[in-house]
Write a protein that binds this ligand. Structure first.
Ligand code: MIC
Ligand code: SF4
Length: 642
């Protein structure tokens, strides 16, 4: 039987396990990336493993999230990461050099290699044919130390693209269309492989827009073949030697095949507050717009920015709209500047922000109260923009420009003729903002610079054979990590200070949660389906751990979050019958006896001591996961192994 692209890469990197859907496999990881908001914790974890040098082919530490330095915290963390990178063999991409996924694609990504990153949008690398996964910081730390990365062998979904875009329809609309078809849960447990004759018309940055937003589907990852388009991109980046061709076998078997005709697509828009709440732009025409943001790891490539500049050229944005533009990297910004496109952007009235995540994670540029914000980003979760009652919509750069010019949601087709934009034959290569690690000899004596914002990890809690705790919080479906552990300018600087962060845990759902959880001592959280979707932030597990959460029981979990819960020693369980979700209420006292035997058999009986009801709950822990839970954390488990 033939293999898919992903199966070929998995096979070449398989350390242990069977490549049968649903079983745990261990993969060798070639490259890692971190960003600063999850990186500080990941490097503290790496440090505690006592390994001198990273054992990957390439590890890169990016500073792109926490670039607002409104106090000492972020600057201290940058210095910490820079010093640890230098000492332990990691390349350091300075603040201003760009968003991790954009820069990694430009300068480091290699087809056929495996990559894990402490950021959920690491699958952006699939645009260049990498098998790239978002992961918790601890998993990245272990991979940097040469350890395997464990995933559940996914199903394979193939998306066949046919036809060719009509003017003003873009890769972003493909991302929104697949979200409309599959929903934010539709990719869970699957790798999405893109193919069909339509992909030949898509450049690497366009492919990367699509693999980037595969994260919003809940997919394990997404991947494109590596073909002549990939080779052209690598050549233009001066790295043709990194090119390897990659395609699926003609007789590869997929669990599901979806066809999308590019020529039939229209400009699409995701409405508040979920990326799968997708309708046509046309259907919302005339809706007033207050703010437009162009950028983020989804849509900040040179190609995107050149299109935006060409559409803005000679025009002025609506007086009622505030427009921000964040180019994805120093390479993008300097090339915009060299060709004069930056001047066209500035002349239109746009505000040019630095090459970083910025408004995407609420680091500045929050909308006005009740404001309507159109963003070329990938997430529009409630409150994420920093304005609690803002309404955020997700769109393509072309639709963004149309709204910025008219002040209302407008079909970009009305902009007239789409100027022809060519991908450059050669990008401007300047890696001066990437600082290489120190040679081994010099590294030994280097000091790690630690600021006072770095506080100790929460104590771990080895799972016992019985658990009795109050259900302190019951939440609904599709709870995101932005609900569990919000980000934004006020909180993000405290990512290495769990006690401080804990005040904001579940703030979007219930501001009284932290106090109540602390008062309860030990507690249980109950959620609906797709619990923990979104970010890879392990803080959404470490902070609840600090507050005493011992188990989370849901209808289903998102992939990275469930791994983070186990890594933190919190037991994730699911209702055997999702309807039993209704048999527990906030404030009930719940208990489980025979936890260890239940871990072995795959099911436990949850006793609702308040109502007297007995409720079956299930788990499918591997031997390794059971040991992690019994040890109290992946760190404690790894310590035992070493
Ligand atoms: C996000 O887009 O939510 C983030 C911020 O990039 C996160 C990482 C984090 O929380 O630091 C992600 O996607 O993993
Ligand atoms: Fe940064 Fe936004 Fe991309 Fe997350 S989704 S990495 S915050 S640009």
């Amino acid at each position: 039987m033939g293999l898919t692209i992903a199966q070929k890469i998995i096979k070449a990197h398989l350390i242990s396990g069977e490549m049968t859907v649903g079983s745990e496999i261990a993969l060798r990881i070639d490259q890692t990336l971190t960003q600063d908001a999850t990186g500080t914790m990941a490097y503290l974890e790496f440090e505690s493993m006592g390994i001198d040098r990273v054992r990957t082919e390439k590890s890169v530490a990016y500073i792109d999230h926490n670039t607002l330095q409104s106090g000492f915290e972020n600057a201290d963390d940058h210095r910490f990461i820079q010093s640890i990178a230098k000492k332990h063999g990691i390349y350091f991409s300075r603040p201003g050099n760009g968003i991790c996924h954009q820069v990694h694609l430009e300068r480091f990504g290699i087809p056929g290699k495996t990559l894990i990153g402490s950021d959920s949008h690491t699958p952006t690398g699939g645009g260049i044919g990498m098998l790239a996964f978002g992961a918790g910081g601890l998993d990245v730390a272990v991979a940097m130390g040469g350890g395997a990365y464990y995933i559940t062998m996914p199903k394979m979904i193939k998306v066949n693209l046919t036809g060719k875009f009509r003017p003003f329809v873009t890769a972003k609309d493909v991302s929104l269309e697949i979200l409309r078809i599959l929903s934010v849960k539709g990719g869970v447990g699957s790798i999405i492989e893109w193919g069909g004759e339509g992909i030949a018309t898509l450049s690497v940055p366009e492919r990367a827009t699509i693999t980037n937003m595969g994260t919003e589907l809940g997919a394990t990852t997404s991947i494109f073949p590596s073909d002549e388009v990939t080779r052209d991109f690598l050549r233009a980046e001066g790295r043709e030697e990194d090119y390897v061709p990659l395609c699926s076998d003609p007789d590869a078997v997929y669990d599901r095949v979806i066809d999308i005709d590019l020529s039939a697509l229209k400009p699409l828009i995701a409405c508040p507050h979920s990326p799968d709440n997708v309708v046509t732009v046309e259907s919302l025409k005339g809706t007033r717009v207050d703010q437009v943001c162009i950028g983020s790891c989804t849509n900040s490539s040179l190609l995107d920015m050149l299109k935006v500049a060409a559409l803005l050229k000679g025009k002025t944005i609506s007086p009622s709209v505030s427009l921000s533009i964040s180019p994805g990297s120093k390479q993008v910004l300097s090339m915009l500047s060299e060709c004069g496109a930056l001047t066209d952007i500035l002349a239109s009235g746009a505000r040019v922000l630095e090459c970083a995540c910025g408004p995407c994670i609420g680091m500045g540029f929050s909308p006005n109260s009740g404001g309507v914000s159109l963003r070329t980003f990938n997430r529009n979760f409630e409150g994420r923009s920093g304005t609690a009652d803002a309404k955020v919509y997700l769109i393509s750069p072309e639709t963004a420009v149309a709204a910025a010019l008219t002040g209302e949601i407008t079909d970009p087709i009305l902009l007239g003729e789409m100027p022809a934009i060519e991908m450059p034959k050669a990008f401007r290569i300047d890696d001066s903002a990437v600082i290489p690690p120190a040679p081994l000899e010099e590294a030994k004596d280097l000091e790690i610079l630690r600021g006072p914002n770095i506080k100790k990890f929460p104590d771990c809690y080895p799972q016992k054979d019985s658990l009795r705790a109050e259900l302190v919080l019951k939440v609904g479906d599709n709870i995101t990590t932005d609900h569990i552990m919000p980000a934004g300018a006020k909180i993000l600087p405290y990512r290495s200070n769990i006690p401080y962060l804990s005040q904001f845990c579940f703030g979007v759902c219930d501001k009284t949660f932290p106090e109540r959880a602390k008062a309860a001592g030990q507690s249980i959280v109950v959620g609906g389906s797709n619990y923990g979707q979104g970010s890879s932030r392990e803080h959404a597990a470490l902070v609840p751990l600090y507050l005493g959460v011992r188990a989370v029981i849901t209808k289903s979990f998102a992939r990275i979050h469930v791994a983070n819960l186990i890594n933190a020693g919190i037991m994730p369980l699911t209702f055997a019958d999702p309807a039993d979700y209704d048999k527990v209420s906030q404030g009930d006292v719940l208990s489980i006896d025979g936890v260890w035997a239940g871990m072995d058999s795959g099911s436990m009986t949850l006793c609702n001591e308040t109502t007297g009801e007995k409720i079956p709950v299930v788990c499918a822990f591997t031997e390794r996961q059971k040991e992690i839970l019994k040890s109290g954390s992946l760190l404690a488990y790894t310590g035992k192994q070493l």
